[in-house]
Design a binder for this molecule. Structure first.
Ligand SMILES: [Ca+2]
Length: 138
């Protein structure tokens, strides 16, 4: 039975695509061979059976006023993930940052999140930004 709404975790998500016990259901599996492991496909609301074609998981934009936005898709009701934002100016040292999230439902299970990152990011040259997805504590 497919989940159509409500709380979701890796197991309920995986069960929509793979038979229980299948090696393709493992978090580290990559059955569509697109170099995204299933856990990444889940965290960014991708279909693990469809090759991503190299599409980026995130979009970055900066408005003329200097505001920086990071946009990505994720499960609407994931109970087992947390998303953190980090920036770096040298790809060696990463610093946690915060932002203001706005969410747009795309369907009962998926939302698009646009994060307006903290103002202090604008003043750094050579800016790199990443999303860190971690299991949520229960
Ligand atoms: Ca994959």
């Amino acid at each position: 039975m497919l989940a159509t709404s409500g709380p979701q975790n890796y197991e309920t998500w995986s069960a929509q695509f793979f038979p229980a016990g299948s090696p393709d259901a493992l978090r580290s599996a990559d059955p569509d061979l697109d170099d995204l492991e299933n856990l990444q496909e889940y965290a960014f609301a991708r279909d693990p059976d469809v090759h991503s074609g190299g599409a980026s998981l995130t979009r970055f934009s900066q408005l003329p006023n200097g505001s920086c936005y990071l946009t990505y898709r994720r499960p609407r009701s994931a109970t087992d993930l947390s998303y953190l934002y980090e920036f770096s100016n040298d790809l060696k040292t990463w610093h946690a940052t915060t932002g203001t999230e706005s969410r747009t439902p795309l369907d009962p299970l998926v939302e698009e999140v646009s994060v307006r990152l903290d103002y202090r990011l604008q003043r750094k040259p050579g800016l790199f930004i990443r999303i860190v997805v971690r299991p949520s504590p229960f």
